[in-house]
Design a protein around this ligand. Sequence first.
Ligand code: PLP
Length: 442
Amino acid sequence: MKYTAPKIVTSPPGPRAQEWIARDTESLSPSLSRTSPLVGVKGEGVFVEDVDGNVFLDFGSGIAVNSLGHRHPEVIAAIKTQLDQLIFLNSMDYYTVPQIEYAEMLFKLTPGSFPKRVFYTNSGSEAIDTSIKMAKWHTRRPYGIAFVNGFHGRTMGAVSFTTTSVSARRGFAPMYPIGQFVPYPYCYRCMFNKEYPSCDMTCMSYLTDVTLKKITPPDEVAFILVEAVQGAGGYIVPPPEFLPRLAEIARLNGMVLIVDEVQTGFGRAGKMWACEHTGVAPDIMAISKAFAHGLPAGAAVARADVMNWDEGAHEGTLNGNPVIMEAAKAVLRVIEKEDLVEKSRVQGDYLKKQMVAMMGRRPLIGDVRGLGLMVGIELVADAKKTPAKEKRNRLIEEAFRRGLLLLGAGECSIRLAPPLVITREQIDTGLSILEDCVKLLR
Ligand SMILES: Cc1ncc(COP(=O)(O)O)c(C=O)c1O
């Protein structure tokens, strides 16, 4: 069935959804924080159908995973072909062709003309843990530096560097021994109450003049871990000189620069990788999410001289599964064939422009920011920018009832991250629902 617009046939969550949610609550981990009571059964393009027959327009892409839209035919065909050949061969003991082919495709598309190597993982968190271990092994140094409000995942290594909220950290100490968390340039709410660019990036001076002079010896720091754009933290885009200055600090001190492109990668931010907006080629890049069209996959891509660990130092049984690698190859082909990086840039500019116009009409929207189809809006209660968290949550709820899927980020922001294949008309449909909901809340 071809979907053309959101369609609500029974007010969601409908009776079937309610039943499944009750059963889910009995059996799944209570740590899962569900945004909306959606029980999805089918996806196609930019739409998802739920168990009661309601159709939703997907403005979140499952957190930037479904970048090609749901169930892209070319990826489905690649998966089916590989299913008929070989589903699994453990890559710790043997070789498979799709892993090698994908690596060679990836190296041409990742920043830096230096020789590279890749380690495949099953998730973004695991790509971060791999990057951390690699940097430590390479430098033989103990510390890492990360940024306040950063999100890097939930495994023990990744969560040690995740500071979007204490609820992700409570109960898990002691964590990885960290040199220091330093401020990220969140210019809308500057920790130092300064204005960019006249601030000359005071937040960076904190790293150089406080952290590295008074707290953590730079020659004991293995790595700096940073998101090119903060994702879960609120779609926060740093000034363009931020990453280049960090890369320089890392280079001068022999630290490894790990750029987390788990959410920003594969065209999401209007370039294949968000760091390409700045000209920085990371020493290690962690990638996942849109990697394999929703199949569990990720990778740490590194300079060959940084990925120089010994045989047996790091491995994983399911990593680089051939079915998933064929899906990943198809994703790269589709991105190129359908010009999705350019589409992300063009549609993203349009979406951002429309949101800026809406911000002019609706004071609840305090800020609009983003790169490509990664647009964040921050909701505020007043001119003093008091975070409107309750209203943000209600806005997501109201949009859901009208057939629009939205995801929150940060304390009071919403991420607008539709599939990169979205059309202008579909963007307009989503924005019209969004504005109806904003109107309702004011
Ligand atoms: C920037 C970033 N890094 C790492 C992760 C962790 O990825 P995963 O949930 O696949 O473990 C996420 C997930 O949202 C992310 O956004």
